[in-house]
Ligand binder design. Structure first.
Ligand SMILES: Nc1ncnc2c1ncn2[C@@H]1O[C@H](COP(=O)(O)OP(=O)(O)OP(=O)(O)O)[C@@H](O)[C@H]1O
Length: 712
């Protein structure tokens, strides 16, 4: 969209979706048989009459089926429309019957369809009754009746799509539909979220709905022991994080291998069973997984390897001392004289004078016994870390569980602390030595799986997200999950204000503060998104100087998160946040704010991926509320360096320093830089995927287990 005009938002279209078959094997038949016990489906049947005033209120809020389907048809979904329309009508027809039945009958029906599913009846045939049951249980147990758009979203999820639903449109409730339907087979349905908190919150929130249908729910939390994990996995539906699902898969696999070995050994002397430790695996297979925040987990996290470590390295002391030595000497090396930086890969390489210096510098005894090639590598890494990794941007230092300080990564995409995640290739340890804290010497790998591999193992996979359209082709290519943009329940009212571009960050921040002051005077709440913790704090100081009361939400003050978010939509509130405010945060407007124009969002910089910007923007104009947003940019922004290269970005920076006013016409340059970064990340992911595939193929050929026999 071009700058210079105030527009209603028109997000870019997702890929045409009918070109790739959905992943799920259970595609819906064109001829769904009529279902016993339900009135004959009538494709044009209106929604059933509302039972009470609550329901009437829900119905008023609900979209009419016609609007939903006409929006979908504009997305190029025609071939599926006929089927969905009929299924929606069938769900509605069932609903009018179910509404008259007592709770006990709902449970009996639920049991009956479970038997049918277990007996092998196709889930597609059971879908209308199952979805109507879930809708009715939602209405009774949670006072939330699934809107038509949510039913459509639920059908798409069942068919293996990634459903893009705008913020606040009710992904949590929509998820109950495919989770329930898949759980009927008795093979378990998983919901993967990004953190423990969301897994617990969503499971506990939806639990009364499932309980009404006689379905139990398990929750996996990081500290859980094996026994409680096993219990949670034995539930019909299990909520947990992608990370925990991955680690449980690996631990089970290690255990199975150990047991197999034991069994083989015992067979020789007539023994049976694996008595030994008495351990048992915790998972009971992988059948269906619904991934929440699908773009974050399936794309941003795709490359993250989940690793279970083996025994400690016996050369630990030597490694620790070498990290320390390299870090202590890193600042003595000069660019060009001692090292060069590759313009594209940003790789640091010592020159011959640099290597000479490595050899000449005094070293402790243990370091001297290290091979020279290793010493060069340690030094290059230490130089890189000193130049590129900045405290309170990419990471924070925080007191750890055992009373020792630890480095915690700040996730570029979520703004949150990425608990337990570590940089690879010694970078994490080099940062630990830079910050002079205990060095966590890497252990050997016992088992390893990437997030991508993990989810590709599920025969039925689906996802939900607020922002998938920009990743549609990647999701389809890697996971075979087409993207469906689910229309909002009410038409969106979000306004885009023209982009503003300044020469320097300083001038940009001045203009931002001015805009905050002006809008703040009208009483509208404002949310300002920054790319890093230090910038959120810089802006906060500027607001302090002007006496504008505000709250700061970043990874340093997670404890007050719920309180800050609950308040952010209030009259006159100003909230400065990293992209932590970007997901899972439902900002509700307080009374009267809607009339003033709703919330205003200010984006202070572009992120590496456009969808992260969209997440922040999505905080305003929620559920048909009014709202507005504006993007601010400056010629010294990081995105220009990462997207256009150092030379070009340095030129622009110089140009910016000499520019007094705004240069809004340059906005297009920033989007171009962002697209370049996105393409580069995409290529990296594809290369990784190719290598991983080749490695696994080769390992299988020589009889190895690609998850357990992993090279470091
Ligand atoms: N069918 C419904 N009837 C009534 N209220 C609903 C319905 N669906 C969702 N809601 C309400 O909408 C709000 C947002 O729901 P939810 O948090 O699941 O949204 P979300 O799509 O996950 O948003 P986010 O992108 O912020 O995570 C909740 O307060 C929920 O109660």
């Amino acid at each position: 969209m071009s700058a210079g005009k105030t527009n209603s938002e028109t997000p870019s279209q997702p890929e045409p979706l009918d070109s790739a078959p959905p992943r799920s094997g259970e595609l819906i038949d064109a001829d769904v048989p009529a279902i016993a016990g339900a009135p004959a489906p009538n494709p044009t049947a209106p929604d059933p009459p509302a039972a009470n005033s609550d329901d009437q209120a829900n119905k008023r809020r609900s979209n009419d089926t016609g609007r939903t389907l006409s929006i979908l048809s504009r997305q190029g979904f025609r071939p599926k429309l006929f089927r969905w329309k009929r299924q929606l009508a069938q769900v509605n027809a069932f609903e009018s019957v179910l509404m008259k039945e007592p709770d006990t009958d709902l449970r009996k029906r639920s049991l009956a369809i479970r038997y049918r599913a277990m007996a092998g009846e196709k889930l597609t045939a059971i879908l209308p009754e199952a979805y109507a049951l879930v809708r009715e249980a939602g209405r009774r147990a949670l006072a939330m009746r699934h809107y038509d758009v949510q039913i459509i979203g639920g059908i798409a999820l069942f068919e293996g799509h990634v459903a893009e639903m705008q913020t606040g449109e009710g992904k949590t409730l929509t998820a109950t539909l495919p989770l329930y339907l898949h759980s009927l087979t008795g093979k378990g349905a998983h919901l993967a979220t990004v953190n423990d908190y969301l897994a617990k919150r969503d499971a506990e929130w939806m639990e009364p709905l499932f309980a009404m249908l006689g379905v139990d729910v398990g929750i996996i939390q990081t500290p859980d022991d094996q026994t409680s994990r096993r219990k949670s996995y034995s539930a019909a539906i299990t909520y947990g994080t992608a990370k925990e699902f991955g680690f449980d898969f690996l631990r089970d696999r290690l255990l199975l291998r150990a047991q197999n070995r034991l069994q083989t050994e015992m067979l020789g002397d007539g023994g049976g069973g694996f008595g030994g430790s008495g351990d048992e695996i915790v998972m009971r297979g992988m059948h269906f997984c619904l991934v929440d925040e699908a773009d974050s987990i399936l794309i941003d996290e795709a490359r993250t390897p989940l690793i279970i470590g083996s025994i400690e390295d016996n050369v630990r002391d030597q490694i620790v001392q070498t990290y320390r030595w390299a870090s202590d000497t890193a600042t003595q090396y000069e660019q060009e004289e001692h090292f060069t930086i590759h313009p594209d890969t940003k790789q640091i390489e010592l020159t011959s004078r640099g290597r000479q210096k490595v050899r000449a510098l005094p070293k402790p005894d243990l370091v001297r016994t290290m091979g020279l090639v290793d010493l060069y590598e340690y030094t290059e890494r230490a130089i890189k870390v000193h130049r590129e990794f900045i405290l309170d941007r990419q990471y924070v230092v925080r007191p750890g569980d055992k009373g020792v300080d630890e480095i915690v990564i700040v996730d570029e995409f979520t703004g949150r602390l990425a608990e337990g995640r570590k940089w690879r290739d010694g970078i994490h340890q080099a940062i630990e030595s830079k910050e002079n804290i205990e060095i966590s010497v890497p252990t050997g790998q016992a088992a390893r799986i990437t997030v991508q591999d993990l989810f590709l193992r599920y025969p039925h996979l689906a996802g939900m997200t607020g922002t998938a359209a920009t990743s549609a082709s990647e999701l389809r290519r890697i996971y075979r999950t087409p993207v469906l943009r689910v229309p909002t329940n009410k038409p969106p009212q979000r306004k885009r204000m023209p982009d503003r571009v300044f020469g320097t960050m300083e001038r940009k921040f001045e203009a931002i503060v001015k805009e905050i002051q002006e809008i703040h005077d009208t009483g509208r709440p404002i949310l300002i998104g920054t790319r890093s913790i230090d910038k959120s704090e810089l802006l906060s100081r500027k607001l302090d100087d002007l006496g504008i009361a505000h709250k700061v939400l970043n990874a340093n003050n997670v404890a007050q998160e719920a309180e800050i978010v609950a308040d952010a939509g209030g009259h006159g509130r100003v909230t400065v946040a990293t992209n932590m405010a970007g997901r899972g945060t439902d900002i509700k407007l307080s009374d009267g704010v809607e009339r003033l124009g709703g919330m205003h969002v200010i984006c202070t910089e572009l992120h590496d991926a456009a969808r992260i910007d969209r997440q922040l923007i999505g905080r305003c104009g929620r559920q048909g509320d009014s709202g507005s947003y504006r993007q601010y940019l400056s010629l010294d922004d990081d995105i220009l360096k990462t997207g256009l290269g150092i030379k070009k970005s340095d030129q622009l920076k110089d140009q910016g320093a000499a520019t007094a006013g705004s240069v809004d016409r340059l906005a297009r340059l920033f989007r171009k830089a962002q697209r370049k970064v996105e393409r580069k990340h995409f290529r990296d992911r594809m290369v990784l995927m190719h290598h991983e595939k080749e490695r696994k193929k080769m390992q299988r050929e020589i009889g190895q287990d690609p998850y357990l026999d992993t090279p470091d």
